[in-house]
Design a protein around this ligand. Structure first.
Ligand code: ATP
Ligand code: PAU
Ligand code: K
Length: 270
């Protein structure tokens, strides 16, 4: 049997994480913990089913993957308008109807929330995967369009959420909401003392967000009198290298994992 024939037999799970900046398609070879095949598509206002199918088609060709191998799909979207487009795209391209994560998806989980219809499904995916990993009091810090903190006690109860403008969102808002400030790249400046406008913004953002994250974690631990395991995720966790000392773990695939876990628990019969 050739390697390609073997690959053809391996069933895959697809987690779709539709956020405000990116739609992430993560492919997982059943139950294993590898998310090495990931397609990111920018979340734009006029995204069509056709555009998504074309992007998937190219990705599958490049990676020598077969749409028929995808047997199960879990879908989380925090952009309501994307739901019908993504559902249709999955049905057309894979012939599979996705499991759509919503406020009723959490009943069988070990984690509990008192606000299932309001909390973002991406945050619940993060929380599910983090608690599955630690089984203890934990905080998920997600560096996405929004910078979020999801706080879980040792019993798995979600005891709080914090939402802050994400790092890129903050940089972009300085550019769009002022007359003279430029759009700057996400780079650590040479010094905290900004000597020109670009460095002034970069230093403000990098040192400011470092302090914000440390300050939030400190305030949460002080108020709850609890020591938490802290796990970071989100594309921008990579640019906050100087914060790694704060985290027990960094896992950029946390949301994809949680989407898979919530889907499999709900799809299991009985
Ligand atoms: N390694 C990286 N280095 C720099 N920027 C990155 C990296 N990976 C992702 N990004 C950018 O970081 C931003 C955040 O990415 P991430 O996928 O965590 O969240 P997002 O999709 O923007 O958030 P949301 O899920 O809220 O839409 C995006 O604008 C993305 O383009
Ligand atoms: C906070 C974001 C934008 C993070 O992606 C998303 O989870 C969301 O839109 N949540 C809804 C509000 C809430 O979680 O309380
Ligand atoms: K995200």
């Amino acid at each position: 049997m050739s390697i390609f024939e073997i690959e053809r037999l391996i069933p895959m799970f697809l987690s779709v994480d539709a956020g405000n900046s990116n739609i992430v398609f993560g492919f997982n070879q059943d139950q294993s913990d590898s998310w090495d095949k990931v397609l990111r598509i920018e979340t734009t206002k006029k995204l069509s089913v056709f555009q998504l199918e074309r992007a998937l088609g190219i990705f599958f060709l490049e990676n020598r993957m077969e749409p028929e191998n995808v047997k199960h799909i879990g879908l989380s979207t925090v952009v309501p308008d994307l739901k019908p487009i993504l559902m249709q795209c999955c049905i057309n391209f894979f012939g599979v109807e996705p499991y759509f994560i919503n406020g009723s998806s959490y009943e069988k989980l070990r984690v509990k929330t008192s606000n299932p219809d309001e909390i973002g499904t991406d945050l619940m995916a993060n929380i599910t995967a983090a608690y599955d990993c630690f089984g203890d009091a934990c905080i998920v810090v997600d560096f996405g369009t929004a910078l979020t903190f999801s706080i879980v006690d040792k019993t798995g109860k979600v005891i709080g959420i914090n939402i802050v403008p994400g790092i890129k969102t903050a940089i972009n808002s300085l550019f769009t909401d002022t007359a003279r400030l430029p759009k700057v790249s996400l780079e650590m400046p040479p010094s905290v003392l900004g000597k020109d406008t670009v460095h002034a913004i970069q230093a403000g953002i990098f040192y400011g967000y470092t302090g914000l994250v440390r300050g939030m974690l400190h305030a949460i631990e002080a108020e709850t009198q609890t020591k938490f395991k802290v796990i970071a995720t989100g594309g921008l966790s990579a640019v906050m290298q100087h914060l790694t000392g704060e985290f027990a773990m960094v896992d950029v695939n946390l949301t994809l994992k949680g989407i898979q876990q919530i889907t499999l628990i709900n799809r299991k019969k009985g």
